[in-house]
Design a binder for this molecule. Structure first.
Ligand SMILES: C[S@@+](CC[C@H](N)C(=O)[O-])C[C@H]1O[C@@H](n2cnc3c(N)ncnc32)[C@H](O)[C@@H]1O
Length: 668
């Protein structure tokens, strides 16, 4: 009798595993469209941890190991057969069981159950069929390491495929790869409701949007930037790298807000002419000709379709032409050409290629000191992106940050530097919608900490944009560390640095219980203080000299000033409080870390409240209250203040503001 599909696909085993280790928070299910998927068994709020799991298997380069050296040598000598880096093959060799290995066991074996779970990742139990054959590389390695008769080339080929499809880059030096079990059954979506990050070795999956019971849990295999491109472009990318056609809700929508065209007949912007349908990875001219504009309902026709295609190609060529000129030595010839071409593109509208062109054009404009043009293009990018992607997006925030930085830079170019003080700069940032350089922290420290900022095209031509690759076949030569280094040199790298720190050293700080159980609260004042130190780094270049004079809290002071300006009407009170805190710390020897931490929290919460953000129930408030707890218990601190400004007074004020903001957000 044929086994039920779910059992054949290992779903029963996966669900038992999930019950044992993850309290059945998700349920694995077989679907004809996507294979095994995970459905949520409970609801999650944005930022909540869905589950965390340790690696199933970790493998690193071992430059001193003679066996690893042999693999490296073979890779060097036979590049046609060994198309991946040596670590991929080493990982496969290190994934065999004792039963596969020769008696001498010089290769480290894995336990039987680890091997079984590794094979399940690729659905080997389902797919391994007759006619399956190992490739040359596996055959060569089996011979080289004398693995036969215990291990056949096909056995090695299978574990190699497991690594290729399911690998996460884990460490930089030495380069190390990891596989995870449950996480590997999460489907991709171009509108994902989850996001992952590391916490030490653990893989942590968090809600990126609110998730309801029975919702499928998805994450993005594409970079944040790629999520801004058209359904056809996204599908092409996934097809090329992961060999499947995406059927997520954005890809199957008959509207594609990333590939809009102006209808040649009625002039309205149509989002349907270029949207992918069914399993299309491309919408050819003929297919487009048969499409109707959703506004005038007239079929496009071949002639008009050819014109739209020609315009799109011209735009694509213009982008390609500009890209090589984005390095530091760039001249403005490509800008002149782009400026000539782009206005001719009357029909390409609400289109991701335009967004890319504006990106490069704004950088070039900036270099030529055409500040108004540069700003205008950034605003158009923000408009495009607001429509293009419907949810939380790190990419949107990066662009806003870059725009805010640009406004400040331009103001300082125009006026004597000292007149654009930090408070004035803060005001400019407010106008841009992102008042503080660390806005990405506020929005994304929970949900988006796994997402790297792509290196600026202008500063780092050719830097990878699809990072970090979930299951990506990354070029192992380009380590994450080198990308990070490159990106940190770019002008708008602040958010990136911050996220990188969160992801690598500090992810733990943000694994806060959003439910409010103080016992499980893991954040320490020192960890928060580290955050402030990162902020200091980001801000050094921006701060006016006088801010630095207030040693030892100079950067915090500048932050205080800036924050105070976010609350114009309460300016003096906040400033006084900040000053009081600093004096207190200075005189009474409260640890610098605690003070810095308190300040950061206060500012973050204030910022949040000022924006009337409906999400305020989340961790910022908890951090703040926790710090207040610390301070409240400190009698010396309290004795310095009269009743009005005592910590308990602050707590009361925060409670009030929280209720007010909550009421406002539910009653706009
Ligand atoms: C890492 S696996 C996820 C688990 C997989 N469903 C399984 O059963 O092993 C990635 C594979 O899942 C399927 N998949 C994931 N997301 C998909 C999507 N949005 N549309 C179609 N197929 C998808 C594709 O077959 C893809 O190669």
């Amino acid at each position: 009798m044929e086994r039920p599909r779910s059992e054949a696909a290992g779903c029963d085993y996966i669900n038992e595993h999930c019950q044992k280790w993850h309290n059945s928070v998700v349920h694995c299910q077989w679907t004809a469209e996507k294979g095994r998927i995970l459905r949520s068994r409970r609801s999650f709020k944005t930022g909540d941890i869905i589950f965390r799991e340790p690696p199933l298997h970790l493998v690193s380069e071992q430059p001193d190991n003679e066996l690893f050296q042999r693999v490296e040598k073979i890779c060097r000598e036979r590049p046609r057969d060994f198309i991946f880096g040596a670590l991929w093959y080493w990982a496969a060799l290190c994934s065999l069981t004792a039963a596969h290995l020769p008696e001498d066991r010089r290769l480290p074996p894995v336990a039987e159950d680890v091997h079984k779970r590794l094979l399940l990742l690729c659905g080997m139990e389902i797919t391994a069929g007759e006619g399956e054959e190992a490739r040359e590389a596996a055959k060569v390695l089996v011979q080289e390491f004398q693995l036969e008769p215990r291990c056949q080339a096909l056995d090695l080929e299978r574990v190699l495929q497991v690594w290729i499809v399911n690998c996460f880059e884990h460490t930089d030096e030495p380069l190390g790869y990891a596989t995870y079990f449950l996480s590997s059954f999460t489907s991709h979506s171009c509108f994902p409701n989850a996001v992952w990050h590391y916490d030490g070795d653990d893989f942590v999956l968090r809600a990126r949007e609110d998730i309801e019971v029975d919702d499928e849990v998805t994450l993005s295999y594409l970079s944040e930037e790629s999520l801004m491109s058209s359904s056809t472009a996204r599908r092409q990318k996934l097809k090329a790298s992961k060999h499947f056609v995406c059927r997520c809700e954005r890809c199957v929508d008959i509207n594609d807000p990333c590939r809009g065209f102006r209808c040649p007949r009625c002039s309205a912007i149509s989002l349907q002419l270029g949207a992918a349908r069914e399993d299309e990875v491309d919408v050819g001219e003929e297919e487009m000709a048969s499409r109707q504009c959703e506004n005038c309902h007239v079929e496009l026709g071949l002639g008009q379709a050819a014109m739209l295609n020609a315009e799109e190609k011209l735009l694509s060529a213009t982008c390609a032409e500009m890209e090589p000129e984005m390095g530091p030595e760039a001249n403005s010839a490509s800008l002149l050409r782009a400026r000539t071409h782009c206005p001719r593109l009357n029909s390409v509208r609400q289109h991701f290629l335009l967004d890319q062109a504006w990106d490069m054009m704004s950088v070039l404009h900036q270099r030529l000191k055409h500040s108004e043009d540069a700003e205008r293009l950034m605003r158009r990018r923000m408009e495009y992106q607001a429509l293009a992607y419907p949810g939380n997006s790190a990419h949107k925030v990066w662009i806003q940050e870059a725009y805010a930085d640009m406004l400040v830079r331009h103001a300082r170019d125009k006026e004597p530097k000292e007149t654009v003080t930090e408070p004035a700069a803060a005001k400019l940032r407010i106008a841009s919608g992102v008042p503080m350089g660390g806005a990405a922290l506020v929005h994304f420290c929970v949900g988006m900490s796994s997402v790297s900022k792509p290196a600026s095209k202008a500063a780092h031509k050719g830097a990878s944009v699809d990072t970090p690759g979930r299951r990506s076949r990354r070029d192992p030569k380009r380590s994450e560390a080198s990308e990070r280094k490159a990106a940190s040199r770019s002008p708008a790298a602040g958010g990136f640095l911050m996220r990188t720190c969160l992801r690598t050293r500090k992810a733990r700080s943000f694994s806060l219980p959003l439910t409010g159980e103080a016992a499980a609260f893991e954040l320490t004042a020192v960890e928060l203080a580290q955050e402030v130190l990162i902020m200091q780094e980001l801000r050094k270049s921006d701060l006016p000299e006088e801010c630095y004079k207030l040693n030892p809290f100079r950067h915090c002071w500048a932050l205080a000033v800036e924050t105070a300006f976010l609350f114009d009407e309460r300016h003096s009170t906040k400033l006084d409080k900040a000053r009081g805190l600093l004096q207190f710390a200075d005189l009474k020897g409260l640890s610098e870390e605690e003070m810095l931490a308190a300040l950061l929290c206060i500012f973050t919460v204030q910022w949040y409240l000022a924006r009337g953000c409906s999400n305020i129930k989340c961790h910022e408030i908890e951090i703040f209250l926790r710090i207040l707890d610390l301070l409240e218990r400190n009698d010396e601190f309290n004795s310095l203040y009269d009743d009005e400004v005592r910590v308990s007074g602050w707590r009361y004020a925060v409670d009030e503001e929280v209720s007010y903001a909550l009421a406002r957000s539910s009653n706009p």
